[in-house]
Design a protein around this ligand. Structure first.
Ligand code: GDP
Ligand code: MG
Length: 378
């Protein structure tokens, strides 16, 4: 073969680099990773591949197990992230840490069928496709022994995805796919990187319509360990959809912070009513207690949802709570100050009120981002 006839994959083989990088996000998967590497070895005999595990500092020592494997198997690498969480951002960073012309993403828990990888690669190498997806919802695929409510939730999430993905994709929630590196690199700067749904993010962020095909596979039962899917995952998913819709205009963490702020108002009013009517407290006491409860509830919810990927735990959470009180206290002073100044200039009372709330909300968000969750930007 002449040099000018070679495609990117032939070139990489010539250089000795892997043709396929398999990126696997892990969180507490120590009992699955060795078996996954064994299965990949069996599935990819004629392909030059590597596997990059991206571990978010699992407490079960997954990263140590992977590094031990890597000592005796040059195909295995470990990217360990400290103080971070999130499947999507883990995949993005894993892909960026590799150089192969084709990149696959799959779970570590053996639920994804590694035997479809050679077919996916063959499809991509034909040259017309950008991405190949392992789908549970095309003829021949299946969701294994998923419980009815999990299946229902997945179908609902798939339906919701139509808001941002305009492709006839049967399984946009799939975590098993293979993409051409060039396509990923064109898209990476537009990705939201929020939550669990990296495939959906890719489709919604790509600068052009992606040419794709879905290949059926059947979801297997998780081998060892537990699912990390919890109710906060649904919140992350909504934030991903909102980011795709509004992210150009306003940071999505701010939107999350505002939604939780509105919830805080409801909590405040409920506690106020309970204090006044139920406990016969004076208004000052009831209002004071309601403020404290609402602020605490807001801190907890923001810590679990808005800053899920930077969640404060233990003493750091206590320190965070105190800085949150302090920042929001100052925010309340700013709110009242601005609103009064505007009202004194003979503007409508409601306009003055909204202006105060707006300034207070922006202040609370910015100050707690820096002082509570130690982040310099949204
Ligand atoms: N790096 C990283 N991996 C994660 C995180 N959450 C889940 N994973 C991994 O992502 C994959 C899918 O997660 P899983 O809990 O099996 O989700 P489910 O299959 O939808 O129940 C597994 O390999 C997990 O170990 C995370 O926050 N960070
Ligand atoms: Mg799983």
């Amino acid at each position: 073969m002449k040099l000018e006839d070679m495609n990117e994959s032939d070139m990489s083989c010539l250089r000795g680099g892997p043709e396929l990088s398999v990126v696997v996000p892990t969180y507490n998967e120590r009992d699955n990773v060795a078996e996954l590497v064994r299965l990949l070895d069996l599935a990819l005999p004629a392909i030059d591949w590597e596997v990059i595990f991206v571990d978010d500092d699992s407490s079960d020592g997954t990263a140590d197990v992977i590094r031990q494997m890597a000592q005796t198997n040059g195909r295995v690498r470990c990217l360990q992230r400290i103080g971070r969480r999130g499947l999507s951002s883990a995949c993005i960073e894993g892909i960026l840490s590799s150089s192969a012309p084709y990149v696959a993403v799959m779970d570590a828990d053996l639920q994804h069928d590694e035997r479809v990888l050679p077919t996916m690669l063959a499809e991509l190498k034909k040259g017309d496709l950008d991405i190949v997806i392992g789908s549970r919802y095309v003829q021949g695929g299946g969701i294994g022994d998923w419980q009815a409510d999990r299946a229902k939730m997945s179908r609902f999430a798939t339906w919701l995805s139509n808001i941002v993905v305009h492709a006839d994709l049967k399984d946009p929630m799939s975590g098993l796919f293979m993409v051409r590196r060039t396509v990923f690199m064109e898209t990476v700067r537009n990705l939201s990187g929020i939550g669990f749904k990296i495939l959906l993010d890719l489709f919604a962020s790509a600068p052009h319509r992606l040419a794709f095909v879905e290949i059926p596979y059947s979801f297997r039962a998780r081998a060892a360990g537990e699912s990390k899917l919890d109710s906060a995952v649904m919140w992350d998913y909504l934030m991903l959809l909102l980011d795709k819709l509004l992210g150009h205009y306003v940071p999505i963490r701010f939107v999350s912070f505002l939604i939780i702020g509105c919830f805080g108002v409801v909590v405040h009013m409920l506690v106020l009513v309970a204090g006044l009517k139920g406990l016969n407290l004076t208004f000052d006491w009831a209002q004071g207690i309601a403020t404290g409860v609402a602020m605490t509830a807001n801190f907890v919810l923001n810590n679990v949802l808005t800053y899920r990927d930077h969640r404060l735990k233990g003493w750091k959470a206590l320190r965070g709570l105190i800085t949150f009180y302090a920042a929001c206290g100052l925010g309340a002073v700013a709110n009242v100050g601005i609103a009064s100044a505007i009202f004194e200039r003979h503007y409508e009372w409601w306009l003055a009120g909204i202006a105060g709330i707006g300034i207070g909300a922006v202040w609370n968000y910015a100050a707690t981002a820096v002082f509570t969750w130690n982040r310099k930007q949204g």
